[in-house]
Design a binder for this molecule. Structure first.
Ligand code: FBP
Length: 344
């Protein structure tokens, strides 16, 4: 007799990512099938990356640098290169994605075999938190899906869409377990990779971010480079009972914690780099899509991230993202300082 627990586990384990996508549509239309297949391919890239990471110290091409400097001016890690290739290979011959924009590629790429049918473009950060790789700390992959019909235009103009136009977004977190969080604009859902089944299984549906949290996440090492307003916000947080600092070095990991337990992550601009470090199209925008779906807020300090009209595929943007109460505290402080010059 199958035990009640086994029956419950069977019921749980059949809710795979692709089934969840299919069931989120009213019927099994071509669109539903396309999104299920697309998420299946994206999760395949995640599984290949997780597998390679799990053997990082045992294989020669997972740790360390490649000696190449990418379009961001950053040293390309071996894992950055592997992960970028994993996404490309996973999406080839899918009939789904015609164009790719990656943090690791200066120009957008085309998958010509997909372009006659493919009506999606994928914008992605193959490895977020690259500085954590060699120390075996949590890292992630971030992805955004938009509609992009056909061959590329000279300046990728058709890919420069405000975040609100995303069709889907998500991330894969390579931590103690491998987790995938995604949204098709119908709620935010968390899946856990079952290595035995090789499937992402639904473990936390319809995530709602707590209205307020105790965590603030920012690299205080940049304090001297911030505006007076941002410095006064951090001094205000230091005086507040109950706030605690958490900064992992990986945006995905910090935002994941905030999505589950509340709080705020900030990567502000600096006097030298007013737009900060993070990229709009494949870091800030997909995370903003998720967090706002879950009831949170994402802003550059003056404008909602999802309303920003992009001008270039690798453009950077200051980011303040998290629980409504915590983000509002930051904005109120910045606005007060701007209006009165007085510290908050
Ligand atoms: P990568 O995508 O190149 O890793 O850059 C983004 C990132 O690593 C975030 O994950 C992280 O929050 C931030 O940059 C860390 O930057 P810093 O070391 O300047 O605090």
């Amino acid at each position: 007799m199958t035990s009640t627990l086994s029956q419950a586990n069977l019921q749980r384990d059949v809710m795979t990512l692709t089934r969840h996508v299919l069931q989120s549509f009213p019927s099994y239309t071509a669109e539903a099938q396309d999104f299920a297949a697309l998420m299946g391919r994206i999760s395949l890239a995640g599984k290949m990356i997780a597998r390679h990471l799990s053997k990082a110290g045992l294989v020669e091409d997972a740790l360390g640098g490649t000696g190449i400097v990418n379009v961001q001016g950053e040293d390309v890690k071996q894992m950055d290169e592997y992960a970028n290739l994993a996404f490309i290979r996973a999406l080839e011959h899918s009939g789904l994605v015609c164009r790719l924009v990656s943090e690791e590629m200066a120009e957008s790429a085309e998958l010509p075999e997909n372009c006659s049918l493919g009506r999606f473009a994928l914008l992605f950060d193959p490895i977020d938190g690259s500085s954590n790789i060699d120390a075996d700390l949590s890292i992630g992959s971030i992805f955004s899906v938009i509609r992009a019909q056909g061959e590329s235009t000279v300046d990728d103009a058709d890919l420069l869409q405000p975040g609100a136009q995303q069709l889907a977004a998500g991330y894969i977190l390579y931590g103690p377990s491998t987790q995938l969080v995604y949204s098709l604009g119908k709620g935010v859902h968390l899946f856990t990779l079952d290595p035995g089944l090789g499937e992402f299984i639904l473990t936390k549906p319809d995530i709602q971010i707590p209205q307020q949290g105790k965590t603030y996440s920012i690299n205080e090492g940049n304090y001297c480079q911030w505006s007076g307003a941002m410095q006064s916000y951090i001094r205000w947080v230091h005086r507040r009972e109950g706030y605690t600092a958490r900064y992992s070095g990986a945006l995905v990991a910090d935002v994941h914690r905030i999505l589950l337990y509340g709080g705020v992550y900030l990567y502000p601009g600096t006097l030298a780099k007013p737009n900060g470090k993070l990229r709009l199209l494949y870091e800030a925008s997909p995370l903003a899509y998720l967090v706002e779906q879950a009831g949170g807020i994402a802003t550059n300090g003056t404008q909602g991230i999802l309303t920003i009209m992009p001008e270039a595929v690798h453009q950077r943007v200051p980011l303040i993202i998290g629980s409504p109460v915590n983000v509002q505290e930051v904005l109120t402080c910045l606005q007060e300082q701007a209006a009165t010059g007085a510290a908050c």
